[in-house]
Design a protein around this ligand. Structure first.
Ligand code: ADP
Ligand code: MG
Length: 740
């Protein structure tokens, strides 16, 4: 499998595979699976059947020889037509191609090829309009597989060239060693690896290819789950510091002062966290909940329990803005309980300190923050991943809370946990956007899951509307009028743009934020040779929209901008002013996506909403509707009526539930993409696994993986399986574990 393709196939055949598809080894080629297959049950082998009769509209795959070919401009229509006359036994038919003049070169007289398409009448004979075809070289025609594989290919490298290369390789290849032990194959009804590879490429029947795929998908799912199980085993191999509850501690004082009742879900989940924190079995938990379900308080209560036992908790945020926002809101929630050592500390002596640690702190502030962490003066340290990982010392770290923002991965999560010592901290991971159970199983299979499936009482749904501004400019005018009305009623408004603008920043280059470019939504399967669309205008930018609004429709309102490229203290000042109600309209990028919590903000207008991902839009709109007043969110787009982009926005507008949204997100992403590193340009070990389609198989693989790892934690007795893990995770981890 490691054999270089030039060795196996010769330079001439190998070169285009490397150039066009980045396939360098036999293994690469064999993992370049067909995208689909053409069944050619009706293939006519040359003169076998003189009596072949064609039927109109029949789908056929035929083996024929090109008799003649010519191309010309069309007379009555614009464009070019290529016609090839193909001889099939005693019959002839015409293959026609529009605007593909290069077909003439592909189909020179004498070329033998498989043509597949729908028959129709043409000039008194039969034609196949724009058929798919595979040119056959010497020696290939004799034993075609029952299903002809169609590969992801490019204009320069046709699918059939890949097929022939695969064939050649398969002919030479001795059966590869199977990483799955026989018992496992038998238990799960799986084909051998050799069979699977052969049959995924050259199946004779649909059943064969199905069985082949099942085996290959299993390998991916199982490799992944073994990795997860291994991580889980190592994460919990050392004991955690026990943090028992105290009746008279901070947590109790905090609960007593809460201005509202916890939701049932918050209570239940809090209870289960408290129990685990009290013991030495490390907490290893994923906390899921929709935007606004109150995850932060659940996390804070857990942190306080840890502080009560004399230890520290750290909260990791993906960006500086978020870290600052978290620190601010934790301090606000704690009130006097968070002011240890300061004026206004809790008079009963209960108090801790929340210390912020980010990269943009000045040298002195940074030194103080580091000292706070090291000495234990800070019960709670909030910081960005980047900073905390740079060797911040803690006096006694009991709990790591990770606010996971699409992009954090297992590596980061493990860093603090894997520091040397006799214990390992408890870990609580919060996802900003809920993900369906099956997806959680795939991506967070190493964690146990708790779900906050209840919103605090009194929440009003956010009235969301898609505004097709291109078609209905009046709607947008009305939107700006509504902004004035909201402000007149004492409320505040966000206007969100996809881009910062100024100094020629590229689209999607908000560096300090978890924005996933709308590119994520591109279909990774899209043909590489598809024509690029007309030049789209760049997405709207804060730097352009803010002055336009200030001078035009929002003149007279107090308007500020916020984006990730502003200096930290400026960002902080703007955010504080907005929180304090001193700003009416905040024109921002997705820096406000998560964690920003201003209950008085009741309206959000998202410009060029089609440029954002579905989950991101849901997250964004969650910034409003946090108070008791009713709120609204507008998705403004120039997408045309009936276009997929507008339809997507309309569906999202009609879907208030985060779990539903994430399902929708997966659907529109074509979801193979969730795992796939295809589009990141990196070759991943995950080619086929689909978190939606293979949910059952993933669950099966997870159970098996936990069993295997339970008995053999390092896989020392299963070298094949260790290899499987490496093949899936080494390459893929960076590409996908860090993506969500
Ligand atoms: P999430 O992080 O899950 O999106 P937050 O923890 O930021 O949600 O909570 C959203 C808002 O709801 C915050 O203003 C918080 O103070 C408030 N909140 C949380 N729990 C409750 C509750 N049980 N009752 C009322 N308000 C709550
Ligand atoms: Mg939150």
């Amino acid at each position: 499998m490691e054999t270089p393709l030039p060795t196996a196939l010769g330079d001439k055949t190998a070169r285009p595979l490397a150039r066009q598809l980045e396939l360098h080894t036999v293994g690469d080629l064999l993992r370049h699976y067909p995208r689909r297959y053409i069944a050619h049950t009706q293939v006519t082998h040359s003169s076998d059947r003189e009596d072949q009769r064609f039927r109109d509209k029949e789908h056929v795959t035929l083996l024929g020889t090109v008799h003649s070919v010519s191309g010309r401009r069309m007379r009555h229509r614009k464009g070019h037509i290529t016609e090839a006359t193909v001889v099939i036994g005693a019959q002839r038919l015409t293959c026609t191609f529009f605007n593909q003049p290069y077909r003439e070169r592909d189909l020179q007289p004498g070329t033998r090829a498989l043509f597949s398409g729908d028959l129709s009448r043409y000039k008194g004979g039969w034609q196949l309009a724009a058929p798919e075809f595979i040119v056959l070289g010497a020696g290939v025609s004799a034993d075609l597989p029952g299903l002809i594989p169609i590969y992801p290919a490019t204009k320069k490298l046709r699918s059939w060239v890949v097929m022939m290369a695969v064939r050649q390789v398969l002919d030479l290849l001795a059966d590869p060693e199977d990483p799955l032990p026989e018992v496992l194959r038998a238990a799960h009804g799986l084909a051998t690896l050799g069979d699977a590879l052969r049959r995924v490429h050259l199946p004779d029947t649909w059943e064969e290819q199905k069985a082949a795929r099942r085996r290959l998908v299993w390998d991916e799912a199982f490799g992944l789950q073994l990795a997860m199980a291994g991580r889980r085993a190592s994460a919990t191999s050392r004991p955690a510091p026990a943090c028992p509850r105290r009746e008279d501690g901070l947590a109790a004082a905090f609960d007593a002062r809460l201005p509202f009742a916890l939701t049932g879900a918050q209570t239940t989940v809090g209870e289960s966290l408290a129990e685990v924190l009290a013991g030495t079995e490390p907490l290893n938990r994923l906390l899921q909940g929709d935007v606004g379900s109150g995850k932060t308080i659940v996390a804070l209560r857990a942190m306080l329990q840890v502080v009560d036992s004399g230890r520290q908790a750290v909260l990791l945020a993906p960006t500086e803005v978020l870290a600052a926002q978290h620190a601010r809101s934790l301090r606000a929630m704690l009130g006097s309980l968070g002011r240890a050592g300061e004026l206004g500390a809790d008079p009963d002596g209960h108090a801790t300190r929340v210390t912020l640690l980010t990269g943009s702190l000045g040298a002195k502030a940074r030194r103080e923050a580091l000292l706070d962490a090291q000495s234990g003066a800070a019960g709670i340290v909030v910081g960005t991943h980047a900073v905390i990982q740079q060797g911040v010392g803690f006096a006694d770290l009991g709990l790591v809370v990770v606010d996971e923002q699409h992009r954090f991965g297992v590596h980061q999560r493990d860093e603090l946990r894997s520091r040397p010592g006799t214990t390992t901290p408890h870990v609580l991971v919060m996802t900003a956007t809920p993900i369906p159970r099956t997806v959680a199983l795939t991506l967070y299979g190493d964690l146990d899951t708790s779900v906050l499936d209840e919103l605090p009482a009194g929440r009003r749904p956010i009235a969301t509307t898609a505004v097709p501004a291109g078609v209905k400019p009046r709607w947008l005018e009305r939107a700006w009028e509504r902004v004035h009305e909201e402000v007149a009623a004492g409320h505040q408004v966000y206007v969100v743009c996809p881009r910062i603008g100024e100094e020629g920043g590229e689209p999607g280059t908000e560096d300090d934020e978890p924005a996933r470019a709308a590119d994520d939504l591109l279909d990774p399967e899209a043909d590489a040779d598809e024509e690029p669309g007309p030049e789209a205008r760049p997405p709207l930018a804060v730097a352009e929209v803010a002055p336009m609004l200030a001078a035009g429709p929002l003149a007279g309102l107090r308007l500020e901008v916020l984006h990730g490229r502003m200096p930290a203290d400026e960002k902080d000042a703007v955010m504080r002013a907005f929180s304090e109600g001193k700003v009416d309209v905040l024109v921002a990028t997705t820096v406000i996506e998560v964690g920003v919590d201003v209950p008085n903000a009741t309206m959000m207008i998202i410009m060029d909403a089609d440029r954002f991902g579905v989950s991101q839009l849901h997250q964004l709109r969650g910034r409003v509707g946090r108070g008791s007043a009713s709120s609204s969110c507008l998705f403004v787009t120039e997408a045309l009526e009936g276009s997929p982009a507008l339809t997507r926005l309309e569906r999202l507008a009609a879907t208030p539930d985060g779990f539903e949204v994430s399902r929708l997100d997966l659907e529109v992403r074509d979801e193979g993409d969730v795992l796939g590193a295809q589009q990141s340009g990196r070759r991943s070990g995950l080619h086929m696994l689909s978190v939606l389609k293979h949910a059952d198989l993933v669950a099966e693989a997870r159970d098996e993986a936990r069993e295997v790892v339970g008995a053999d934690p390092t896989l020392a007795r299963h070298p094949g399986l260790a290899g499987l893990v490496r093949s899936v995770v080494d390459e893929a981890s960076a590409a996908f574990l860090d993506r969500l």
